[in-house]
Design a protein. Structure first.
Length: 100
């Protein structure tokens, strides 16, 4: 029973950022489509663009996708699926001190 609950919580941790990214994408899409549905292509420099919705959508999208991308990179590093470019940099060990 504990394993099932922990897996459910792990899925929720991944679903919430995915929903954030999806909502952000929809906010950006709605801002652009609302502008073009009212003004068309002719008046692109008109200042009535919904910048608030667009920037909120961009922030939600970037936060959600960054979390998911970081989680995938962490998982792939752990399983050694990444190329040399994405492997963690290891610090060289200091030389051993002679003991007397």
């Amino acid at each position: 029973m504990k394993l099932m609950i922990s897996r459910f919580i792990a899925i929720l941790i991944l679903v919430v950022p995915g929903l954030m990214a999806m909502t952000g994408f929809l906010f950006m899409k709605d801002a652009v489509f609302a502008f073009y549905s009212v003004h068309g292509d002719a008046s692109i420099s008109n200042p009535t663009f919904g910048w608030g919705h667009f920037i909120l959508g961009l922030l939600l999208f970037l936060i959600g996708m960054s979390f998911l991308g970081g989680w995938i990179l962490y998982r792939d590093r752990k399983r050694n699926y990444v190329g040399p470019r994405f492997k963690e940099k290891r610090k060289p060990k200091p030389p051993a001190q002679p003991t007397s």
